[in-house]
Design a protein around this ligand. Structure first.
Ligand code: FES
Length: 178
């Protein structure tokens, strides 16, 4: 019997959902990836908590280190709660030369994000305290001809500038929680 304390800190129906997903994919090729994808997608803040990773390891019989390495290898997995909306700014070379650093700083300014934990490192994920927005960076969207590229809630915007970025963020903000 699993210790109650090790259960994921989610609603009862979420635990049932996780167990159902594990039953569906465990042991299949790419099963761990599919399990983690489905579980993260279901989570309100689109992340995988430590409790969930432990739970998946216990229930699938896989070493926790393997579950953790899958969750950290793929950039689309999040280990921290994400905002309701995501502003993702490309920091690849083409976008950098066309001003993506300024766009990044501008997005942080608009959203009132002051943290800069890595001293300005190009790979980051910062969430506003109210969990409304997450600002992230990516190495390349593969749309370099449209540089600088920004993705907001999975919609790609090419040749972005600071004025347009503010307009898109304002529009998404007014829509409220997804
Ligand atoms: S460098 Fe930004 S899309 Fe490729």
């Amino acid at each position: 019997m699993l210790d109650v304390k090790e259960r994921p800190q989610t609603e009862v129906e979420d635990q049932a959902f996780i167990d159902g997903v594990i039953a569906e994919y465990a042991g299949k090729p790419g099963g761990i990836l599919s399990i983690l994808e489905r579980v993260q997608e279901r989570n309100r803040h689109k992340y995988l908590s430590k409790e969930v990773l432990r739970w998946v390891a216990r229930k699938t019989g896989e070493p926790l280190s393997r579950i953790y390495s899958v969750a950290t290898f793929y950039s689309f997995f999040n280990l921290e709660p994400q905002g309701d909306h995501t502003v993702c700014i490309c920091r690849g070379t083409a976008c950098h030369t066309r001003g993506s650093r300024d766009l990044l700083n501008n997005a942080k300014l608009i959203l009132g994000i002051r943290q800069d934990p890595d001293g300005g490192a190009d790979k980051l994920s910062l969430t506003t305290p109210d969990k409304k927005f997450t600002v992230r960076t990516v190495a390349c969207f593969g749309q370099c001809a449209l540089a600088p590229v920004v993705e907001v809630d999975r919609e790609i915007f090419g040749r972005m500038n600071e004025r347009e970025l503010r307009k898109v963020i304002d529009r998404v903000d007014q829509k409220g929680t997804k």
